[in-house]
Design a protein around this ligand. Structure first.
Ligand SMILES: NC(=O)c1ccc[n+]([C@@H]2O[C@H](COP(=O)([O-])OP(=O)(O)OC[C@H]3O[C@@H](n4cnc5c(N)ncnc54)[C@H](OP(=O)(O)O)[C@@H]3O)[C@@H](O)[C@H]2O)c1
Length: 311
């Protein structure tokens, strides 16, 4: 089969479609014939080796972790899935930008409901489950106010919608070209992070501070500044890492890697299928242009997800 491969830690422009053996389904695994795959920032870091000390990978590395397609083969000890089932999955390091990938039944694999095409399904797993886990870990409650920093990206667009659906009031960062779209998704206010001081703007809107800051951009000490948008007694949640103590009475919650609960991915898929959750595909590429998709994801503003369709 063909797959988008990094032969070693290397610059993004050296990855290429390469012949790889078709994977086989081991015990507790299914092989998925991929119809669409999506990219995430982690994929870029794994190619270049930016995270190799904390997240080493084996080479050759098949790129991508989000996939949607059809079950091709079912391994021993698998129940609930059969060849021909339409699915979406977070595959982990098996790699998803390929004609076939391997997925493991559990919270990271779900049946794809009627009404959810493969492209939108592929755009859900990592970003959607991370958004769910962040809001759950932060304990966001109806009626609370939340500032989402990084709202126009993969996680952010889902976080804005899920927080709105929960009954929270959302303030979201968005460049001018995305502001109207983010308000359509439910944000009460938008702040242009390119031209405004986001924390100052949020405090102008909510003078006592928001209940929760969801910061998808900053890490380390950079989170101290974002936490200033939260009220005393409020929380800051991040998918990255930062200080255990912030310089105000704001509780930090860090999700080093998302851990979904059973049913999270099914719920996201159901919401996307019936229209409660909009899936924004900012750029689509045919499989033959998969390497260019990675380069563009790294270098240009893309609202929502980058999806690669596999013939
Ligand atoms: N812990 C976990 O399990 C986990 C899981 C998934 C992701 N993550 C991490 O979470 C982070 C966000 O992931 P993602 O998939 O949402 O990324 P993404 O799709 O690249 O989205 C980032 C968004 O933020 C915008 N942005 C850039 N600088 C900004 C700023 N200063 N203020 C406000 N917005 C800004 C970007 O706009 P432009 O395009 O204009 O720059 C883009 O729309 C990444 O670091 C990723 O590695 C962690």
């Amino acid at each position: 089969m063909k797959a988008l491969v990094a032969a070693g830690y290397q610059p993004l422009d050296r990855i290429a479609l390469t012949d790889r053996p078709k994977p086989a389904a081991g015990p507790g695994q299914v092989v998925v014939r991929v119809e669409a795959a999506a990219l995430n920032p982690l994929d870029l870091a794994l190619i270049t080796g930016a995270l190799k000390d904390v997240y080493p990978v084996q080479h050759p590395l098949v790129i991508g972790m989000d996939a949607a397609g059809t079950v091709d083969e079912v391994g021993p000890d698998v129940t609930g899935y059969a060849p021909g089932d339409r699915v979406l999955a977070f595959t982990g390091q098996t790699g998803s930008v390929a004609e076939y990938t391997v997925a493991t039944p559990g919270p990271r694999l779900a049946h794809r409901p009627a009404g959810l095409d493969a492209e939108r399904a592929a755009a859900l797993p990592e970003s959607g489950m991370t958004a769910v886990c962040l809001l759950r870990a932060a304990g966001l409650a109806p009626g609370q106010t939340v500032l989402v920093i990084g709202a126009t990206g993969g996680i952010g667009l889902y976080a804005v919608q899920l927080a709105t659906a929960l009954g929270a009031r959302v303030i979201a960062t968005a460049g001018g070209q995305d502001a109207e779209y983010i308000r359509e998704l439910g944000a009460a206010h938008t702040v242009d992070y390119r031209t405004a001081d986001v924390v100052a703007a949020a405090l102008e809107l909510v003078p006592g501070g928001v209940d929760l800051v969801v910061d998808l951009i900053n890490n380390g000490e950079g989170l101290v500044g974002s936490a200033r948008a939260a009220r005393p007694g409020g929380r800051l949640v991040s998918p990255l890492f930062g200080p255990q103590t912030l310089d105000r009475d704001v509780t930090p919650v860090y999700i080093g890697s998302f851990v979904p609960e059973p049913g999270d991915l099914d719920d996201l898929a159901a919401r996307a299928a019936d229209g409660r959750l909009r899936v924004e595909i900012g750029a689509r590429y045919p499989f033959a242009d998969a390497a260019r998709a990675v380069a563009d994801f790294a270098g240009t503003h893309i609202r929502g997800k980058v999806v690669i369709t596999v013939p």
